[in-house]
Write a protein that binds this ligand. Structure first.
Ligand code: PMP
Length: 359
């Protein structure tokens, strides 16, 4: 069975929009896309890439090549999207029929999977993380209803910070073969110092991996993410993607970050973030008022406080904003602290220590 049999039949039957840019070929005089013939007023000097009066390449080849190389897959196994958020949405829209199909998630986890399912009218089946905040591999491989078309696994998981072993991912992918896609969201994998599930794509046609340049690559404002998956899935999603998803300045920013120089800087900074995470975890664990610091392999720490509401307010008054994740079932009393610069992290610790001492 082809993995495409899992997709919505109306999407399979859909004729994709053919964008003018794709039809331009080698033409030098481009009069096919109703574009302006001159660059816009007010463009920043030094702007790189295609002139802004022209539509961007729908899937910029140089960027696809760089991402394929970086992630160790073939170019036809990469779909570049407006952040990985867009790829999540495209997957749900292509594979889940409204009112019929469902996704499965392992909460507490990243909120967008359920939101995209809700927008699409697909149900969201929850298989909660276990006591140690690990996925329930047995339930995910043996006890999901047939309506589930996509299983989203987040590794490292946001907001708890733990990773899922590749053997467990593989077990779920194997069990779901012919039944559902298994999508591993690796937004934070650069901080985990562990293998990516992208190496499994070759062996499991129902497996996909989400990656993003928003975290370790410091490009959250450029909105560049991607899905790595078999080429049939990539081709299908391109059919439902808006014609020009990535703005030209974002493509240029991504290519600049992915030069040899940019990569060295990113790897150095990632190492720094990991060291800071460990320093913060060690210090927080010893602080009065802190109950638990969950082991994290991401660029944040999920911390349980005796009085999270007061800690949150005190930090806010001191100009430090953290994420209250207490609304997740199982995370009552937890705050998620992103790792910042050494100075920012120290500021946060200072605030906590000062308040603890004055209490
Ligand atoms: N996945 C996870 C786990 C995230 O935490 C986030 C953003 N917080 C995203 C995906 C989306 O990232 P982006 O759209 O910026 O690539």
């Amino acid at each position: 069975m082809s993995v495409l049999e899992l997709a919505r039949p109306e999407i399979l039957a859909l004729h994709a929009y053919s964008s003018a840019r794709l039809e331009s070929g080698e033409a030098r005089i481009m009069l096919n896309a109703n574009e302006a013939p001159w660059p816009p007023a007010g463009v920043l000097s030094g702007a790189r890439g295609r002139p802004l009066n022209r539509y961007p390449d729908p899937q910029p080849e140089r960027l696809l090549d760089r991402l394929a190389e970086l992630y160790g897959v073939n170019r036809d196994q990469v779909l570049v999207s407006r952040g990985s958020d867009e790829a999540i949405d495209l997957l749900v829209r292509a594979f889940c029929r409204p009112g019929v199909d469902a996704i499965a998630i392992a909460p507490p986890t990243f909120g967008m999977y359920a939101v995209c399912a809700g927008i699409q009218g697909a149900a969201c089946i929850e298989i909660p993380l276990d006591e140690g905040f690990a996925i329930d591999v047995d339930a995910l491989s043996e006890r999901l209803p047939d309506s589930v078309k996509i299983v989203f696994l987040c590794s490292p998981n946001n907001p708890t910070g733990g990773c899922t072993a590749l053997v467990d991912i593989e077990r779920v992918a194997y069990a779901m073969r012919g039944r559902a896609l298994v999508i591993v969201d690796e937004a934070y994998i650069e901080f985990a110092d562990g293998p990516s599930a992208s190496r499994l794509i070759e062996h499991h046609e129902n497996l996909g991996v989400l990656r993003t340049l928003s975290k370790a690559w410091a490009l959250a404002g450029a909105r560049v993410g991607c899905l790595l998956a078999g080429k049939d899935i990539i081709t299908l999603l391109r059919k439902i993607m808006p014609p020009y998803p990535l703005p030209t300045p974002s493509i240029a920013a991504a290519l600049a970050a992915l030069t040899a120089e940019g990569m060295v800087l990113t790897y150095q900074r990632t190492a720094l973030m990991v060291a800071e995470r460990e320093r913060m975890a060690a210090t927080l664990t010893r602080l009065p008022g802190v109950i638990t610091v969950l082991p994290s392999r991401a660029n944040f720490l999920c911390v349980r406080f005796e009085d999270a509401v007061t800690v949150f307010q005190n930090l806010k008054s001191a100009g430090v904003i953290v994420r209250d994740v207490g609304r997740h079932r199982r995370l009552s009393g937890f705050l998620r602290l992103s790792i910042g610069t050494r100075e920012e992290n120290s500021r946060l610790l200072d605030c906590l220590v000062r308040k603890a001492n004055s209490a």
